[in-house]
Design a protein around this ligand. Structure first.
Ligand code: PMP
Length: 393
């Protein structure tokens, strides 16, 4: 037999399949709540004006495309730090970073480095972004799941504290920094404090994935949980994505940061991270990171970016408020969506109901019941709520 015959077909990405179904649907009033990208009231995912301006500058000013190292554009990595870590961005020389191909690259690198340092099991609230489980499986790390949410639509604090307190020395815990994907359910400030305290007491290693800063409650508020953890623990990994909050999805812009005890610990850790990156993607794509660097080093472009981000957040907040104000649709309680954050929410619908919404009403969402809040507008919201009520009675 041929070597390739030894491969068995893998399931295609469910959300990409959903995009094709949606594109083929001739109905004018169809609604796409599938793939996780921001959309305007007109249903578009435009390039940020701040990004366009920085790209123009890049074309004018870039004088070489020669190789950088596996760490990528350190100007980008450092310019981002005050926004993530606050007024003392290195925490006295204890935080440093490197560029990665998207948040996905950062998550991959964080987990691979944790594994290299002896981590065998990773505790994680479920449901989670499906790629978390895929990366863990690909690395051969054991996923130890706990329930992220309680049935009332709030975070299950007991479950995460239990996981942290009972974890062993070969365990890490993977947390979402803000705008939890897929539930939209974030820990409150008080819950983050308790999580930070439990991490400090138990010594369980925290890995924080922050992919949506600025799209929940605002740039500073969305970093508060992460900062309260870092203030208390000796060591942590942070995986960061600029693909949503700078709208650079396809340019793959991310960074990986390490909090360590001192600069010597960081140096050794990054020599390992660089070796892992070198063996995997060699170095990250430059363009998107260079764009973020240009924006963040220019006060005018920074202000422009922040205003655009605020608009996006405000629009999604408006949709959430309108959903919550509607109260319910059939048996579905919509009020928790008002207090949740970011692009996503989970509706307690069955697979059959998801199929009925798609076939009968042209409403496209993941089989899990996850919806992209940014797919909703003041225009299509009444239709969405009516269809949901008709199906989920
Ligand atoms: N983490 C989470 C929780 C995400 O939802 C995503 C994007 N879907 C990522 C990481 C990775 O983002 P990207 O690789 O597109 O930067």
């Amino acid at each position: 037999t041929m070597m390739l015959d030894r491969l068995s077909p893998q399931a295609p990405d469910a959300l990409l399949a959903l995009i094709r179904l949606h594109d083929a649907d001739p109905r004018d009033d169809k609604i796409d709540l599938g793939v996780g990208v921001y959309r305007t009231e007109d249903g578009n995912t435009p390039v940020f004006a701040a990004v366009k301006a920085a790209e123009q500058r890049l074309v004018q000013e870039q004088d070489s495309k020669s190789y950088l190292g596996p760490e990528g554009d350190m100007g980008f990595v450092n310019a981002l730090m005050p926004h993530i870590f606050g007024a003392d961005p290195t925490m006295g020389g204890r935080i440093s970073g490197m560029q990665t191909p998207g948040g996905t690259g950062a998550v991959r690198l964080a987990l691979a480095l944790a594994q290299k340092a002896g981590v065998k099991r990773v505790h994680m609230g479920v449901p989670s972004w499906p790629n978390h489980a895929q990366i863990l499986a690909d690395l051969g790390l054991e996923l130890v799941p706990f329930d992220h949410a309680s049935p009332d639509g709030t975070a299950n604090l007991e479950a995460v504290l239990d996981a942290i307190v009972n974890a062993g020395v070969e365990d890490a815990v993977l947390l979402h920094g803000c705008c939890h994907n897929p539930t939209g359910i974030d820990y409150t400030a008080d819950q983050w404090e308790q999580i930070a305290e439990a991490l400090a007491q138990s010594g369980t290693f925290p890995i924080i994935d922050s992919a949506y800063q600025g799209l929940g409650q605002g740039l500073e508020a969305d970093a508060a949980g992460l900062r309260s953890v870092l203030a208390k623990v000796p060591e942590a990994f942070i995986a960061y994505s600029c693909d949503k909050n700078f709208g650079q999805y396809r340019d793959r812009v991310g960074a990986f940061y390490i909090l360590g005890q001192d600069s010597k610990a960081l140096e050794t850790a990054f020599s390992n991270a660089n070796a892992l990156a070198r063996a995997c993607w060699s170095m990250p794509p430059d363009h998107g990171g260079a764009v973020v660097r240009l924006i963040l080093r220019d006060p005018e472009l920074t202000a422009m970016w922040m205003a655009e981000l605020d608009d996006m957040r405000g629009r999604m907040r408006g949709v959430r408020d309108a959903l919550a104000a509607a109260g319910s649709a059939g048996r579905i309680d919509l009020t928790p969506l008002g207090t949740q954050n970011g692009l996503f929410a989970m509706l307690p619908v069955t697979k059959e109901e998801v199929a009925q919404l798609r076939e009968g009403h042209g409403i496209y969402m993941a089989a899990s019941g996850r919806i992209n809040i940014a797919g909703l507008t003041m225009g299509n919201l009444p239709k969405f709520i009516a269809a949901l009520a008709a199906v989920a009675h």
